[in-house]
Design a protein around this ligand. Structure first.
Ligand code: SF4
Ligand code: SF4
Length: 472
């Protein structure tokens, strides 16, 4: 029985409710009147239910699809402006006791190199990331209570926050580790993590159990209820995601929105981010078995419909996607992207030798951070290295209230300009710097409050003179 307020996975992600929603969407995909009503509601920018969003995803009317894309673009502009927040993943360890059939880190893969970074190696990796200009990391580790216990993760976080190298600093560490206990989530919270990220992979229980035949991850309910436990442990910001390509995309699209509704209704705060990874080629993974792939066109539609359905949730796309594809979805709703990522354990400080391949998947976008930053600016985006909210205690419902009031833009935009200025001063090539300085000059005019503008100009001058870390 579907119940958004239930603590039980199978009730807040009800299989029957998803099937009914999909049937409803299929039956109404040419229903112009209904689609108009849903779009009208969406224009209020308060979001849509999973069922309404499913209808838009299936919509077969060309002119209405155009309206969907236009509305997604408009909502993206209204809520996130032209800013794109930058981050990088850091793989700590690929030891894993799970049997996920789509991931090369699965226990039975005997020919992938197994690695776990020591604290000394972490220092080197993080210094290399700082030297690129990164300020925000997403830590990744397989599930292995012997090799990667929670104490190891906590030690790594502590090491990372402690590294001060030249003008560099990692100011926000997000963590993507396996579902765990309330107690461990409390420890992560106390260690000062930003967002706790856990991908559901698929919400379809039967497929989930087949794809995860062995290991603790096999337990669908424990995995699906992890975000509730994370919030019980005091973590306000959680990041959802499914791996598109594992299962029917309509099913998982509806599932992820139901999960967002559950968190909002039951815990009072919706997800901080939604990631939209697509399955990629990887070691020991048969591409023919996992060719549930979705086209670029459907991928773009998913991004647009998520943007409309949950306007307050940031959306992340990684270097799994090519430059061309990222370009296509950026304006439809993506608010964060990774840049210059290595998906191996280590690899930032030194290139990994071919025979020691420890990568989780192939990267499609291999450009340097400088190239990615320049590319964004050439398209009119402002790359942002901002981490202010979490450091100002603006998390969970405090963050959402500010976002929903529309006031957050008064923080995001100045912070984006100031952190971009830091990047230009410390890390950019001459060409990127020239483009960036011009961009910042033009973007100052977007700040309408004269007092704020004056303060930003003062801070920018200070940054030029060597001071760092100003924020609103
Ligand atoms: Fe392990 Fe995660 Fe890979 Fe599964 S997806 S095998 S849990 S690292
Ligand atoms: Fe994100 Fe807050 Fe910075 Fe805006 S001010 S970019 S919401 S951290």
């Amino acid at each position: 029985m579907y119940n958004v307020m239930s603590p039980k996975a199978e009730e807040f992600i009800s299989h029957e409710e998803i099937l009914e929603s999909l049937a409803y969407a299929e039956a109404n995909k040419m229903n112009r009147e209904l689609i108009d009503r849903i779009l009208e509601k969406a224009r209020e920018r308060k979001g849509l239910s999973h069922r309404e969003a499913a209808v838009l995803l299936d919509c077969g009317l060309e002119d209405k699809n155009q309206e969907i894309y236009e509305l997604a673009q408009q909502i993206k502009k209204d809520f996130y402006g032209n800013r794109i927040v930058m981050f990088a993943p850091l793989y700590l360890s690929n030891y894993c006791i799970n049997g996920c059939e789509y991931c090369p880190y699965h226990l039975k893969n005997k020919h992938i190199a197994r690695k776990k970074l020591t604290q000394e190696e972490i220092v080197k990796e993080v210094m290399a990331l700082q030297d690129m200009g990164h300020k925000r990391l997403a830590l990744e580790a397989g599930e292995d209570p012997v090799n990667n216990p929670i104490e190891y993760i906590l030690e790594c976080i502590h090491t990372i926050y402690g590294i001060k190298h030249k003008n560099g600093a990692i100011r926000r560490v997000n963590v993507n580790i396996a579902a765990t206990t309330v107690e461990n989530y409390q420890k992560l919270k106390d260690a000062g993590i930003g967002t706790y990220i856990l991908f559901q992979e698929t919400y379809h229980k039967e497929s989930y159990e087949k794809l995860h035949p062995t290991g603790p991850k096999h337990d669908y309910a424990y995995h699906t209820e992890a975000m509730d436990r994370a919030m019980d442990g005091g973590i306000d910001d959680v990041g959802l995601g499914v791996l598109f390509g594992l299962n029917n995309y309509r099913y998982d699209f509806t599932g992820i929105l139901m999960h967002a509704e559950h968190l909002e209704s039951y815990k009072g705060v919706g997800p901080h981010t939604i990631s939209v990874p697509r399955l990629r080629r990887a070691d020991d993974i048969d591409p023919d078995v996992f060719d549930n792939g979705i086209s670029d066109e459907i991928f773009a539609k998913i991004v647009a419909c998520i943007r409309i359905a949950v306007p307050y949730t940031g959306m992340i796309v990684s270097t799994r996607e090519s430059k061309a594809c990222r370009e296509k979805v950026l304006h439809l709703g993506i608010s964060q992207i990774s840049g210059a990522s290595r998906t191996s354990v280590g690899g930032y400080a030194e290139e990994e030798p071919e025979e020691e391949n420890s990568a989780q998947f192939d990267v499609s976008d291999n450009r340097t951070l400088d190239e990615v930053v320049r590319w964004l600016m050439e398209m009119g985006y402002v790359p942002s290295f901002c981490t202010a909210c979490y450091r100002e205690g603006r998390t969970g419902d405090r963050f959402m209230t500010l976002l929903k009031s529309g006031q957050i833009v008064n923080c995001c935009h100045p912070n984006a300009l100031m952190t971009l200025k830091e990047y230009l001063e410390d890390y950019a090539s001459e060409e990127t710097k020239a483009i960036g300085e011009k961009l910042i000059e033009g973007e100052l005019d977007v700040i309408t409050n004269p007092k704020v503008k004056e303060k930003v100009m003062d801070y920018l001058a200070n940054i030029h003179n060597g001071k760092r870390d100003f924020r609103f």
